[in-house]
Design a protein around this ligand. Structure first.
Ligand SMILES: [Zn+2]
Length: 121
């Protein structure tokens, strides 16, 4: 099995409803997004997928978040824009695409030191 990964970034604001602490106040992050795709099939030139193609798809999804206050988006009307829920959103948006493999996980880095990994299970 091969697993490929692309990394992209977006900047956005959010606040966490129900959180007892500073994160309940409006603040921003530069999120790092890693998307992993697995396949055991290679194309005619020996690749799972062109990294460029996967990056373009990831960026289409990330553009729905980039430079917004995430709480204002319909996506997060009923749930907090936590890194967990951001990972869920990105995972399932990409899983809708016709890809030469399966999205195996999405990791969302809220800072250099902390991340959430969601694998769709
Ligand atoms: Zn935050």
């Amino acid at each position: 099995m091969y697993e490929v990964m692309v990394e992209e970034y977006f900047s956005a604001a959010h606040y966490l409803k129900g959180y007892d602490g500073k994160c309940s106040q409006l603040h921003g992050h530069n999120w790092k997004v890693q998307v992993f795709l697995t396949s055991n099939i290679l194309d005619s030139i020996g690749m799972v997928i062109d990294f460029k193609e996967l990056k373009e798809l990831v960026n289409i999804v990330i553009d729905k978040l980039d430079h917004y206050c995430l709480n204002d988006l319909d996506i997060f009307a009923k749930k907090n824009p936590t890194s967990e829920n951001i990972a869920y959103f990105i995972f399932h948006e990409l899983a809708k695409e016709a890809l030469p493999g399966k999205i195996s996980k999405v990791s969302i880095w809220e800072s250099k030191a902390v991340c959430v990994i969601y694998d769709g299970k």
